[in-house]
Design a protein around this ligand. Structure first.
Ligand SMILES: [Zn+2]
Length: 327
């Protein structure tokens, strides 16, 4: 388990790493609360904390740098919330030193046809507050190899999430391994996302087209599908996600154990801190692993996913999306 304090001496790698002083006061506050709470452990045993994960709630943040991390928790991916929980202090403290107002919202996605909790969502939060929120998600493990209800989550993002201060399209990262139900029946939407008193009447218009919902998400969010190893590039799963978010935004993870690193790497690349992220990783992993994880991230624009010339360095303007990046 990673810890909330600044001690990186127990990290596995040989290189040293120190978090930047900028976000130190917030880290100290989190570390003190963590110390008072005792050893870290993932809560979800037999179900989620339903008061925390209810997708009927509206979620908003004043942060200019919100981040949504969604996890498919069907089948064998049910262990992923616990894996991410282990790395939560690393994930948050690494990104918050780049942009201290970063806030994260977590979501767990299942199958509304068979699961008891097919969509679980937290509010946005930072630091140690994330501990209880992420710990409240439950990896139900149903669904299996059937298509999942990713579209229900997309619709939730479009109707229940407000980010008034985001100054560029913020990251929305989905960890998953399968395709989605093309349609979400209106009865499911009403049942899980609430009724019209909640402020939005979108779901009263009938069934929901999942691809259209995702296309709408991508207009506001820098959306990525981080696909678990095992799938074949260009298969029907890739095909459907390509229609939903664009082929270039499907990222094939090579090493499942480094899933969180791929996500952190993409964000760090986009925010201009990729060198620092690699130093961070060197303190935890050997050089071959750092190179393996870095390479596919360095080859693409972290905004639009377009290829980046191998020799690009320094300031780089993406010819596809027009974004200027510090590489
Ligand atoms: Zn681009």
């Amino acid at each position: 388990m990673y810890s909330w304090d600044d001690d990186t001496s127990k990290w596995y790698g040989s290189a040293k790493y120190e978090y930047s002083p900028a976000a130190a006061p917030a880290r100290i506050a989190s570390a003190e609360r963590a110390k008072a709470a005792g050893p870290r452990s993932y809560q979800g045993k037999s179900g989620p904390n339903e008061r925390i994960i209810d997708p009927k709630k509206m979620v908003s943040t004043q942060s200019a740098n919100p981040l949504i991390v969604a996890i498919d928790v069907t089948g064998s991916m049910s262990t992923w919330p616990a894996e991410i929980f282990d790395r939560l202090p690393l994930l948050f403290n690494t990104l918050a030193q780049y942009r201290p107002d970063t806030e994260i919202c977590f979501a767990a996605i299942g199958d509304a046809g068979v699961d008891k909790w097919p969509l679980q969502v937290t509010s946005f939060a930072s630091g140690y507050d994330l501990e209880q929120l992420l710990g409240s998600l439950y990896g139900e493990g149903g669904g299996g190899d059937a298509p999942e209800s990713y579209g229900l989550f997309a619709h939730w993002v479009n109707t229940h999430v407000e980010i008034p201060n985001a100054n560029e399209a913020p990251f929305l990262i989905v960890f998953g391994d399968i395709n989605m139900h093309a349609k979400i029946p209106s009865v499911q939407v009403k049942h899980y996302l609430g009724k019209e008193e909640n402020g939005s009447k979108d779901w009263l218009t009938g069934d929901i087209d999942s691809i259209k919902e995702w296309q709408k998400v991508t207009q506001k969010w820098n959306t990525w599908f981080l696909r678990r190893p095992g799938g074949k590039r260009g298969d029907k799963i890739d095909d459907q996600w390509a229609k939903a978010i664009g082929a270039q935004k499907i990222f094939h993870i090579e090493d499942e154990q480094r899933a969180v690193d791929y996500a952190m790497g993409l964000v760090a690349r986009s925010w201009g801190y990729f060198d620092n992220f690699q130093e961070n990783m060197r303190a935890r992993q050997d050089e071959a692993k750092v190179v393996q994880v870095s390479k596919p991230i360095e080859m693409i624009c972290p905004r639009c996913g377009a290829p980046i010339p191998v020799r690009a360095d320094g300031m780089f303007k993406c010819s596809f999306c027009g974004t200027t990046l510090k590489l």
